[in-house]
Design a binder for this molecule. Structure first.
Ligand SMILES: *[C@@H]1O[C@H](CO)[C@@H](O)[C@H](O)[C@H]1NC(C)=O
Ligand SMILES: *[C@@H]1O[C@H](CO)[C@@H](O)[C@H](O)[C@H]1NC(C)=O
Length: 551
């Protein structure tokens, strides 16, 4: 098990890669989206290097002190040039034009300098004045046109200064208006992720990984109890849960050992087993936690079972084996695609993520299980585990579940059209603004072509088996006007990875650069990706999934 963080700030997020045995590793992130994708919204300096945080305070271009393309040396050079120009100015012109000249000169320090000066387009020469937005440019021109010959030795620009400004500003126009100054500073898309990731001199992203545990057999879940003890509970697919203390040591005796009732085999590719663990939000007071595992019932029928258990009164590091209360059992028609996530939403309800029942292409029934709202397979379920329901059920269906009044639909269904959501997580929200709080992110494993990441919404249809990622899978269902599906927030093809694991939105305090990034794994690829909008990334920690589940 490894711990991941940005350089110099090792700590924070926990990930697993048990085949890497020790020490701190630094991985170079591989940009997979290619040049074209990255050029949009891609900060870069005039020397084509990545922008950076200057080591020393910038006296002059102080707007770019926290992130940009100038060190103190360059800043001083720009300041000297500014004062050279001001020599020619009387007080009145200084007042009128000083700020414009300063702003324009300081664009060399902008994290988007390469765009502002057209350095990225090999077909056009490097500009010696940055691209200016037309409103700004015409005000500048009307106030300060006599300064133009001091700012540039470009003949074309110098000669145009006597005219009405239209030609001058046309010459300073950028074909991509997003990048012109000062719009580039106001564009949220271009600015929100600035300075969020560290890069080495070659533009590579780096992360530190340090081992926090080893000797585990297919660890599939790592959770804390939310009780302030800072213990970690790590579940193995075979049905054993271990306690790790805050000092990193593991208790000798397992917290829970269900090896005898959990259904799995030692064969590679068995997707059954102990698949999920979640502590009750009020665990500290009620000692309850919930487990999700494969089992055989008395008639030898394969099922997934969701149960409630309690921690022993006598020993907080031991589950009370006699406390198990089965909450829900769902028959599994095939041994693959068993889902496995349990979590509590901010609403206090328990969310259960099931697979489509298995085989390939969701073959059961007329149009598969996932689109069939009578089936609990291929669904996100939402139940209230704090109240008993009618007819002896150990849970109640929340009255605002989306399909409670739809004839034939199971009332526990919260969202559908799911193939095999294996890992989902609740966003804790921005530590200061709380933005994003409560969102549920999931990875949904694809069939033969696309892996997807979804944001779960009430009543949402996530498309399977009509669609896989953004593409049609079952053409007839896909073109049915009633499909009305929620598209993934991200999907990638099988050249990138073949089995999405899912992950977490980082909201920790140790690596602020990672705040708001969705960091998730792919079981098969072994690659790490940072898509162009900077909101998600792929890691490949094989241990996060017991097995691949395509096909
Ligand atoms: C939907 O699922 C239910 C429960 O598994 C099943 O009885 C029914 O036949 C399915 N309907 C269709 C149209 O496949
Ligand atoms: C389209 O979907 C509706 C509702 O699910 C269903 O009644 C209808 O038979 C479907 N049509 C086709 C062509 O599958």
């Amino acid at each position: 098990m490894l711990r991941m963080s940005t350089p110099n700030l090792c700590g924070g997020l926990h990930c697993w890669a048990p085949w890497l045995s020790s020490g701190i590793l630094c991985l170079c992130l591989i940009f997979l989206l290619g040049q074209v994708g990255l050029l949009q919204g891609h900060p870069q300096c005039l020397d084509y290097g990545p922008p950076f945080q200057p080591l020393l305070h910038l006296e002059f271009c102080s707007d770019y002190e926290s992130f940009g393309c100038c060190d103190q040396h360059k800043d001083r050079r720009i300041a000297a040039r500014y004062w050279d120009i001001m020599e020619y100015f009387d007080l009145k012109r200084h007042e009128l034009c000083g700020d414009y000249i300063k702003d324009i000169l300081c664009q060399e320090c902008s994290p988007y300098a390469a765009h502002l000066y057209d350095a990225e387009n090999p077909q056009t020469p490097l500009r010696n004045l940055p691209g200016l937005c037309s409103d700004y440019c015409s005000v500048f021109h009307s106030n300060c046109h006599s300064a133009i010959s001091l700012l540039t030795n470009d003949r074309g620009l110098q000669e145009s200064h006597g005219m009405d400004g239209v030609r001058f500003c046309h010459l300073l126009d950028l074909s991509d208006k997003d990048y012109c100054f000062p719009n580039v500073l106001r564009n949220n898309y271009l600015n929100r992720n600035l300075g969020m990731v560290a890069q080495d001199p070659r533009g590579c992203l780096q992360l530190c990984l340090s081992e926090v545990a080893n000797g585990l057999r297919n660890p599939v879940s790592m959770v804390h109890a939310g009780d302030g003890t800072h213990r970690f509970f790590v579940a193995e697919q075979v049905g054993v849960v271990w306690v790790y203390l805050p000092d990193g040591s593991r208790l000798e005796q397992p917290f829970l050992d269900l090896k005898n009732i959990v259904l799995t085999t030692p064969w590679i590719g068995d997707e059954r087993g102990f698949l999920g663990l979640a502590f009750h939000p009020k665990f500290r007071h009620n000692r309850k936690f919930y487990i999700y595992y494969s089992c055989l019932d008395k008639k030898k029928v394969e099922k997934i079972r969701i149960s409630q258990m309690k921690v022993s009164r006598a020993d907080p590091n031991k589950a009370d084996l006699k406390s198990e209360r089965v909450i829900l059992e769902i028959e599994e028609p095939a041994s693959n695609h068993n889902g496995g996530q349990l979590l509590f939403g901010l609403d206090g309800y328990m969310y259960i993520f099931t697979g489509d029942g298995g085989q390939a292409g969701d073959p059961f029934g007329l149009f598969g299980n996932a689109q069939n709202k009578s089936s609990l397979l291929g669904k996100v379920l939402r139940i209230d585990v704090n109240r008993a329901g009618s007819d002896g059920k150990r849970y109640r269906v929340p009255s605002d579940n989306p399909f409670v009044s739809e004839p034939g639909a199971h009332p526990a269904i919260y969202a559908y059209g799911i193939r095999n959501m294996w890992r989902c997580a609740v966003d804790r929200g921005d530590p200061i603004t709380h933005q994003g709080r409560g969102r549920i992110f999931c990875g949904d494993v694809g069939q033969n072509r696309f892996e997807e990441v979804d944001l779960i919404v009430k009543g949402g249809n996530y498309g399977w088996r009509a669609k896989e990622g953004f593409a049609c899978y079952d053409k007839k269902l896909c073109h049915n006007a009633s499909l009305d599906d929620v598209l993934p927030i991200y999907a990638y093809g099988h050249a990138v990875g073949k089995s999405v694991t899912g992950g977490y939105v980082y909201r920790g305090c140790e690596s602020p650069n990672l705040n708001g990034l969705y960091i998730f794994g792919d079981f098969m690829s072994g690659k790490i990706e940072k898509p162009r909008n900077g909101r998600s990334g792929i890691f490949a920690w094989a241990a996060l999934r017991p097995v691949p589940s395509q096909g």
